[in-house]
Design a protein. Structure first.
Lengths: 210, 79
């Protein structure tokens, strides 16, 4: 199996926050902690786009790299999880994460900043699968029930895709092709510009001589 | 002679002091092992139908098939 991944289709996301609500309800996430949230770019301007953001379960996760107590681990399916019994709530992972995934409860036993909480890809934690201890610390373990993350499965427009990286990438690619687009909407050309497009990674044009 | 012996004892005590220290290196040995998802949860009543816990191949096939529910362009047979 490939790595588990999320993809959010910005053309389909309607900023309904259904994914956020599904996550909150499924895992009984405390007030003030948002494992997932919807970010809108150019809000209020025609052509605005929204995407749903949570832990991206990075292949080379910076949170794992900076954690001073090494509480993170990666499952065989590529899901980045952490052990709350080891976490000291220092917040380094929060600074390292480019997506703002690590969250800290502000009203817990540990004072102003409790132990880190983040998206688990609905895969729980190191406790026994489906146990009460796992549920209390990390929420429900849907993967062990043969299900995919609640946020992706609840998405009404199917903007948020979650699952085996190869499968969700294939679904997204099919959609884009059906929209009449091609490889210009993903990959190297989109990120860094095509050689023929001036000012987007191409060599600067020679100044005109007068 | 006794002075030398005492000195040797002190040196030996210092030399062996480090042997009594507990390792402070973080390693994967100290981590709790996680049970893979394909082994299933504690309550099979919550399991999605179509696969058997402890069968990794069936679990992977189940997740792939379930992911196709997110595919609008899939044929009804594969949904």
């Amino acid at each position: 199996m490939a790595r588990m991944k999320f993809i959010c289709d910005a053309e389909r996301c309607i900023e309904c926050n259904g994914c956020v609500t599904a996550c909150k309800a499924e895992h009984d996430v405390p007030w003030g902690v948002n494992r997932r949230r919807v970010v809108t770019l150019n809000d209020g301007i025609a052509g605005e786009r929204s995407i749903s953001v949570a832990c991206m379960h990075c292949s080379d996760a910076p949170c794992m790299a900076v954690c001073p107590v090494d509480c993170f681990y990666r499952t065989d399916e590529g899901v980045v999880l952490h052990d709350k019994d080891v976490c000291i709530g220092c917040g380094y992972c929060s600074y390292a994460c480019p997506f703002g995934a690590p969250q800290f409860p502000s009203n817990g036993t540990f004072g102003l900043r409790g132990k880190m909480d983040k998206c688990t890809f609905c895969a729980g934690g190191p406790e026994d699968n489906g146990s009460q201890a796992e549920n209390a610390k990390y929420g429900r373990n849907r993967l062990a029930e043969g299900k995919l993350p609640a946020c992706a499965e609840m998405c009404s427009t199917k903007a948020l895709l979650g699952g085996d990286g190869d499968v969700v990438a294939d679904i997204f690619r099919t959609r884009v092709l059906n929209r009449g687009k091609g490889s210009e909407v993903w990959g190297w050309g989109t990120a860094y510009g095509k050689p023929s497009a001036p000012g987007k990674g191409a060599a600067p044009a020679e100044p005109k001589k007068s | 002679m006794s002075g030398r012996a005492a000195l040797a004892c002190v040196a030996l005590a210092f030399a062996l002091a480090a042997c009594g220290e507990r390792t402070q290196t973080m390693s994967s040995d100290t981590k709790k092992p996680d049970v893979p998802g394909w082994k299933g949860g504690s309550n099979a009543a919550y399991n999605a139908p179509g696969w058997v816990a402890s069968d990794q191949t069936a679990w992977e096939a189940q997740l792939r098939a379930r992911a196709q529910a997110q595919n609008d362009y899939a044929t009804p047979a594969t949904k």
